[in-house]
Design a protein. Structure first.
Length: 574
């Protein structure tokens, strides 16, 4: 890149750096004030912690029992971070934040190679400031690692189609030509898919296959060579991931059937898994709300591309093919996931890079003056609507949190939320002045600023009530655990993580349990020294159901600790 081009690129890089600092670096400073969240973050951290304590890097375990629901790669990342940085919230969240940043960087790289350098920068910033990816990266699940693998696999498949096979008769072969060889790129894509298999099983392979296969069919580019290269990629992926899966099967016979048949095949085709039974439209609200603010610009990109195609307007470099891939990725993968019976909001996460790149296409065409009038009007309406409604979003979030929980925010917190919300008006002035590039930049900065304020004000008190750190502190001070501890209506991952090492090393399977109050749960037989831990949010239901209204208790943060007495030993009204 020439010096003049670098100078023109520096403001965008500065913007991207500020956004990355707010979304992926600043949370580490806040992390000590935000305890691990249950159910998933605390559970995964406890499993990684036990992996480190035991020195067993093959089979993830909890209380010594194999935990076979998730593959190993993200547990490796967390365990390595805990080993380097110690047992802290920073160590637990660092891998997720780094992988979230990797998702933004690979989104930028894919958009760069499909379009141009500026499009890549815009797409990476859009992805980083999209609500759902930014929020999920803070208490990341395994899916955070799937996003960069899906992006990289699609990038390598794309590059393999753009590259040419070197001429073997060339007297002086270009040393770089091997790097661009389509079969080598395909093998690298297979290696990346192997990492995806170690992250989330076959989910990443399916999403990449639907996105790129759908693109080849829609663009009428499917050839026999693509089928052969696809077979090569699958073979490399299987070879890269097979070692760990076979090792677990050897240590826990039946694992392969459980994971690939019960969890994958039956989980997709039937409602037998815990996340089964959701409606077919489950992912639509996740996309529409979680994709804010940038999803509102996707119709402008797709609509303008359709207009150009019907009007036979010549396409820019890359033509309509990148948009065909992005549409196949966004629509095809959403339809595929919607057809499955097992649904979770994190499953749709790898679709968001396509959404971010499409939003970047709309803004880049607007800035370049290549956007049609209909799309311009659409974007104008979105900018006005988002800017005028933006100032109430953060105060509305605080009101919702205060309404749904026992958290009460102070006057200064409300003041900061209102002031941060006003940053949503900044892009409007640039838009009215005819400066769309500045309007987009201020919109991205405003999103990053509001996100940082929400992390500072709203997340810590909410996390305190979604974590068992207070309960673990109580037993750490006590110096012992009961024969059995029942935690009402909560998972126990963060409780295990926060226990002192001496206490944790003495725990056994069945000593700490979750107790559901659901009507279908079988009755529980309590021992004389067992304890019940009831969080404040479950008191209204738990006290009458368990007959604890007149029973003495100990307070441990937002928990009450009761003796687990038989009904006859409780108050007469039970």
């Amino acid at each position: 890149m020439k010096i003049a081009q670098w100078r023109s690129f520096l403001p965008g890089m500065a913007l991207a750096t500020l956004v990355a600092a707010a979304i992926f670096v600043y949370p580490l400073a806040v992390a000590p004030r935000v305890p691990l969240l249950d159910p998933d973050e605390g559970l995964h951290a406890a499993i990684a912690q036990e992996m480190l304590d035991r020195g067993d890097w093959v089979v993830p375990r909890l209380f010594g029992r194999p935990f076979l629901d998730k593959p190993i790669l993200y547990f490796w990342c967390e365990a390595a971070s805990l080993g380097l940085l110690g047992m802290s919230e920073v160590a637990v969240r660092l891998p997720g934040l780094l992988l979230g940043l990797a998702g933004a960087v690979t989104t930028a790289a894919l958009a760069w190679r499909m379009f141009d350098r500026r499009m890549g920068l815009v797409a990476g910033v859009c992805y980083a400031t999209t609500i759902l990816p930014a929020a999920l990266a803070q208490a990341a699940a395994h899916d955070v690692a799937l996003v960069p693998w899906v992006n990289l696999a699609l990038l390598l498949f794309w590059e393999s189609d753009q590259s040419k096979i070197p001429n073997p008769q060339s007297p002086i072969p270009n040393p770089q030509s091997l790097i661009l060889h389509p079969w080598l790129l395909t093998a690298l894509a297979g290696l990346v898919l192997g990492l995806a298999v170690l992250t989330k099983g076959l989910a990443g392979v399916a999403l990449v296959g639907i996105a790129y296969g759908g693109y080849l069919v829609a663009a009428r580019r499917l050839r026999w060579a693509h089928s052969l290269r696809g077979a090569l990629a699958l073979a490399v992926a299987a070879g890269a991931a097979a070692g760990w899966y076979l090792a677990v099967e050897h240590r826990s016979p039946g694992y392969l059937h459980y994971f690939f048949i019960e969890r994958h095949l039956l989980g997709f085709a039937t409602a037998t898994q815990p996340h089964g039974g959701a409606r077919w439209w489950y992912y639509l609200p996740a996309l529409l709300v979680g994709g804010l603010p940038w999803i509102a610009y996707v119709p402008a990109a797709l609509g303008d591309a359709w207009r150009q195609q019907r009007s036979k307007v010549p396409a820019a470099a890359g033509g309509g093919q990148p948009l065909t891939l992005l549409a196949s990725w966004l629509i095809g993968c959403t339809v595929f996931l919607s057809l499955g019976h097992s649904k979770m909001v994190t499953y749709i996460w790898p679709v968001f890079p396509a959404l971010a790149i499409l939003a970047a296409v709309a803004w880049a065409r607007l800035i370049d003056g290549r956007l049609g009038q209909a799309a311009r009007r659409w974007m104008a309406g979105v900018v006005w609507g988002s800017c005028l409604s933006g100032p109430i979003v953060l105060p509305a979030l605080l009101w919702a949190v205060q309404h749904k929980t026992a958290v009460h925010f102070s006057g200064p917190a409300w003041t900061i939320a209102v002031l941060a919300g006003l940053t949503a008006l900044m892009p409007l002035g640039c838009w009215v002045a005819g400066r769309p590039r500045a309007a987009w930049a201020w919109a991205a900065l405003g999103m990053a600023a509001q996100f940082a304020v929400a992390l500072t004000i709203a997340l810590p008190p909410v996390a305190q009530r979604q974590s068992a750190r207070d309960l673990a502190d109580y037993f750490n001070r006590l110096g012992r655990l009961p024969p059995r501890l029942f935690v009402v209506e909560e998972r126990i991952g963060s409780l295990v993580f926060y226990l002192d090492h001496d206490l944790r090393s003495k725990t056994r399977e069945g000593q700490m349990l979750s107790l559901s109050l659901g009507p279908d749960q079988p009755p529980t037989v309590f021992g004389p020294d067992d304890l019940l831990a009831v969080p404040d949010r479950a008191l209204a239901e738990a006290l009458p159901r368990l007959g604890l209204a007149a029973t003495p208790y100990q307070q441990a943060g937002h928990y009450r600790i009761y003796p687990a007495l038989e009904p006859s030993a409780r108050d007469p009204g039970s």
